[in-house]
Write a protein that binds this ligand. Structure first.
Ligand code: MG
Length: 232
């Protein structure tokens, strides 16, 4: 067994969150009768990215981002729409749209068969993440779902990992954090003293400021890495 405890990120690691966001946003903009959807979507992504960076520093909570992004979008694009209605429509869509990446089920199964404890540790809004996990049928694979919007602290800070290990009732020895994000998953795992597996799908340059234990380019590679160890 390579790792006793496996902590998984959800967005852009297991779930195609790009599709989830794109479809939810298109639906929301359409309901709000927004004319120039592509340019508004570009502005939305900039606003949303900036706000999530402030979640990672602990400045904002995911629940604040849920509405704030549409308040800013309505203001910046001068839309004739109610930001709260848009925020709720988008949250519902985010729960409904987006599939697991091909190979995610196999990677999860491989991890489950070759570890003792698994948890999902995600920066996100509680109702959105729970709706997704339930729809995708993966909740039974995890011993705990740790959602930053529910517990009041986000990756990469230590508090979310403290909460995770306390909830799981295990110590951090032999644990690994798997995720796509350098700033939240890899930074958080590294600072907490965990091993890390970086899901580097796009072949990005590795960071210089933190050490990463393993890097994989596909979920298939991840399944093999987590799979049974060869006996010497
Ligand atoms: Mg992610």
């Amino acid at each position: 067994m390579l790792y006793r405890t496996i902590l998984w990120d959800l967005d852009h690691t297991l779930l195609d969150s790009e599709a989830s966001e794109r479809l939810a946003l298109a639906e929301t903009l359409q309901s709000a009768n927004v004319a120039d959807q592509p340019s508004v979507a570009t502005i939305y992504r900039r606003i949303n990215g900036g706000l999530w960076a402030r979640v990672e520093t602990g400045e904002l909570s995911p629940n604040e981002v849920k509405t704030l992004r549409f308040e800013q979008l309505v203001r910046e694009c001068d839309l004739d729409a109610d930001p709260l209605v848009m925020a709720n429509s988008f949250a519902a869509g985010m729960g409904r749209f987006g599939d697991l990446y091909p190979g995610a089920q196999q990677a999860l199964r491989s991890a489950l068969d070759n570890s003792e404890t698994m948890a999902l540790v995600t920066n996100g809004v509680g109702d959105i993440q729970r709706a997704r996990v339930a729809r995708l049928g993966i909740s039974s694979l995890f011993d705990a779902l740790i959602i930053s919007g529910e517990i009041g602290c986000s990756k990469p800070g230590a508090a979310i990992f403290d909460a995770t290990f306390e909830l799981l009732g295990v110590d951090p020895g032999g644990a690994v954090m798997i995720g796509d994000s350098i700033s939240s998953d890899m930074r958080g795992g590294f600072d907490y003293g965990l091993d890390t597996i970086w899901f580097n799908r796009r072949g990005a340059a590795p960071p210089t400021e933190i050490a990463i234990t393993h890097t994989v380019a596909s979920l298939g590679q991840l399944a093999s890495l987590l799979g049974p160890r060869p006996v010497n």
